[in-house]
Write a protein that binds this ligand. Structure first.
Ligand SMILES: O=C1O[C@H](COP(=O)(O)O)[C@@H](O)[C@H](O)[C@H]1O
Length: 253
C-alpha cells in the first residue's frame, strides 16, 4: 500500500534547506548503521543544491551525526544532456555543493552521461544508465536500494524531467531520454516512475510561492499526465518538505 505522505513546513527556504540537510544526514547515517552503505538519488534545482550545501556545512561541524561519505552511492533522478562542463548539469552543481567537499569516491558517483561524452544520443546514454542501475541491483531487479530519493518540482508540476502531458509520464522504463522539455535545456535524461517509486523514501523539496499551486494539487496524489509530481511515492515514506510560501495554498484545492 502506498504510504500516506508526510508534510513538513519550514518558515523559509534557508531553514527548509537546513532541516532537509539534517534529515538527510540522519537518514544516510541510519542506512549505514543497518547496511554498511547508503544510497541517495539527487535532484538539481535551486533548493536541491541548497540542501547539499547544508549537508556539506554539517559535515564540517564537529559534534554531528556522521555519514561515512566513502560508503555512499550517489545517483541522479534527472540530468540535462549538455556538455560535462556546463553549469546546467545537475551533476556539476552537486559536485561543487557537496560531493567534492566530502570526498565521495568517484566509483560511487553514478552520474548520467553528458552530451560530449561517449554517447552522442541521449537514448544511448539512458540505456547505459539503465545498465548501471541494473548492475548495482539485486538479481531480477532493475534498480538498487535507494534509501532516499530527492526531487524538486516545477510550477507546472514536473518532477525529475517528467513534464505534464509528456510521453515520459506514461513511460514504464526505469530511465529514458526526454526531448522538447518546455523548461530549458530541452534534451534530458530522467528516471521514470518505475524507478522513482522503487525508492524507500521519496522526498519532494519545494520552496517558493510560484510552486504553491502545484504543491496543493500534488500532495494528495494526482494523475501522472496532469501533474507528475503528484504521482511519485516511496515504498516506505513520501515526504513533502516545504517552506511556508510553497505550502501557502494547501487545503485550498
Ligand atoms: O529542471 C529541473 O527542475 C527541477 C526544479 O528546479 P528549481 O530550480 O525550480 O528548484 C529540478 O528538481 C530538476 O532536477 C531539474 O532538472
Amino acid at each position: 500500500m502506498t504510504p500516506v505522505p508526510d508534510v513538513v513546513v519550514e518558515p523559509d527556504a534557508d531553514r527548509l534547506a537546513r532541516a532537509v540537510g539534517e534529515a538527510l544526514v540522519a537518514r544516510l547515517a541510519a542506512a549505514q548503521a543497518v547496511h554498511g552503505t547508503a544510497s541517495v538519488v539527487l535532484t538539481g534545482g535551486g533548493i536541491g543544491i541548497a540542501v547539499l550545501e547544508q549537508v556539506a556545512a554539517l559535515a564540517e561541524e564537529p559534534v554531528r551525526e556522521r555519514v561515512d561519505w566513502t560508503a555512499v552511492d550517489v545517483w541522479w533522478g534527472d540530468e540535462r544532456f549538455v556538455p560535462a562542463d556546463s553549469d546546467e548539469r545537475n551533476e556539476r552543481g552537486a559536485r561543487r555543493a557537496l560531493l567534492d567537499r566530502v570526498g565521495v569516491p568517484e566509483e560511487r558517483i553514478h552520474a548520467m552521461p553528458p552530451s560530449d561524452g561517449r554517447f552522442a544520443e541521449p537514448e544511448d546514454a539512458a540505456d547505459w544508465y539503465t545498465g548501471q542501475l541494473a548492475a548495482a541491483a539485486d538479481p531480477g531487479r532493475s534498480c538498487p536500494r535507494f534509501d532516499v530519493l530527492l526531487l524538486g518540482i516545477g510550477p507546472e508540476g514536473h518532477t525529475a524531467s517528467i513534464f505534464p502531458g509528456s510521453p515520459a509520464a506514461r513511460d514504464e522504463r526505469p530511465v529514458f531520454a526526454v526531448h522538447d522539455c518546455p523548461k530549458p535545456p530541452p534534451t534530458r535524461i530522467s528516471l521514470g516512475f518505475s524507478a522513482i517509486n522503487s525508492a524507500e523514501e521519496v522526498w519532494l523539496v519545494v520552496s517558493g510561492e510560484g510552486k504553491a499551486d502545484a504543491v496543493a494539487r500534488g500532495v494528495g496524489g494526482a494523475d501522472p499526465d496532469e501533474l507528475p509530481a503528484g504521482a511519485v511515492h516511496g515504498t516506505r515514506a513520501t515526504r513533502w518538505l516545504l517552506d511556508e510560501a510553497a505550502a501557502s495554498r494547501l487545503g485550498s484545492r
